[in-house]
Design a protein around this ligand. Structure first.
Ligand SMILES: [Ca+2]
Ligand SMILES: [Ca+2]
Length: 184
């Protein structure tokens, strides 16, 4: 008896495969990965795993946005993840995910103060997240980067980026996401 029959019914697997970019086999593999995060005796898709344990996974360990990713995808909004949350996250991170979907989540990851705009404060905290902790970055460098990004992307001149403005700049410069190491 494999995991597929004990954790998922065939219908559930079909459903997961229909709403994600993953095959049924990949979904079972992802559940196996998720289950390695569970404490002894815990089993099932309903268990929520603390963000501290999720960020240790090889898949996101080296992602500078790991903690923020957990926060964005946590349906309980505390960074803890159920299997469904985890699957959602891996789905957006997957190479097959649609560009628009990735942009949508990149926007949320950048919007650290949750005001539905990517503003100067967000960019400053993203830059700080991307720097090694022992590396001091000068305030004027941060200000320069913010000015450059806004000059490039703030089309209506309100000093912050809306989702369409953010999407527009990513469409024009696909390197942007790579430069910011957003592996989504
Ligand atoms: Ca914001
Ligand atoms: Ca704007």
């Amino acid at each position: 008896m494999g995991l597929s029959s004990s954790v998922f019914s065939e219908e559930e697997l079909d459903e997961y495969a229909a709403v994600t970019y993953f095959s049924k086999g990949e979904i079972i593999d992802l559940y196996k990965k998720f289950s390695t995060l569970l404490e002894e005796g815990e089993d099932g898709r309903e268990v929520r795993v603390d963000a501290e344990r999720v960020v240790e996974m090889n898949e996101i360990k080296h992602n500078p946005f790991a903690a923020r990713l957990c926060q964005v995808f946590s349906t309980s909004q505390d960074g803890s993840m159920s299997f469904d949350d985890f699957l959602d996250m891996m789905n957006v991170l997957s190479a097959n995910a649609d560009f628009k979907l990735k942009v949508h989540f990149a926007f949320q990851i950048f919007d650290q103060n949750d005001n539905n705009y990517v503003d100067a404060d967000d960019v400053a905290s993203v830059i700080k997240m991307l720097c090694e902790s022992d590396e001091e970055i000068e305030e004027n460098v941060i200000t320069e980067v913010i000015d450059e990004i806004l000059e490039e992307a703030d089309l209506d001149g309100d000093g912050k980026l809306s989702l369409p403005e953010f999407e527009n700049v990513l469409t024009k410069s696909p390197d942007f996401m790579t430069a910011f190491k957003i592996r989504v």
